[in-house]
Design a protein around this ligand. Structure first.
Ligand SMILES: [Zn+2]
Length: 95
């Protein structure tokens, strides 16, 4: 590899690193996504996300409304509130 190619490679790596740093500053990047279909919010615990039983979520959004079919679903803050309200309006759902 010639000197110029090496220099270019080094510069690209530095640019990629800088780009990553900028993205973190611009927008929050979480680890867990909300499992409600069509929702692209982050559902990390530190920003208000919750983990609930699959049945809990299906009762609110139905089978097709949940994009994850594992026993636990992750909800963003907004959808957790929606679910909680739904349960409140229908006290039988708690039993
Ligand atoms: Zn959501």
């Amino acid at each position: 590899m010639g000197f110029k190619a090496k220099a270019r490679k080094k510069r690209d790596a530095a640019a990629a690193k800088a780009g990553t740093d900028n993205k973190i500053k611009e927008e929050y990047v979480g680890e867990t996504k909300c499992d409600v279909a069509g929702c692209s919010n982050w559902a990390d615990k530190k920003i208000g996300g919750r983990r609930k039983a699959y049945e809990w979520a299906v009762d609110v959004w139905g089978d097709n409304g949940i994009s994850n079919d594992s026993r636990r679903v992750t909800l963003c803050k907004t959808h957790y509130k929606v679910g909680k309200k739904h349960k409140k309006d229908d006290p039988d759902a708690w039993s």
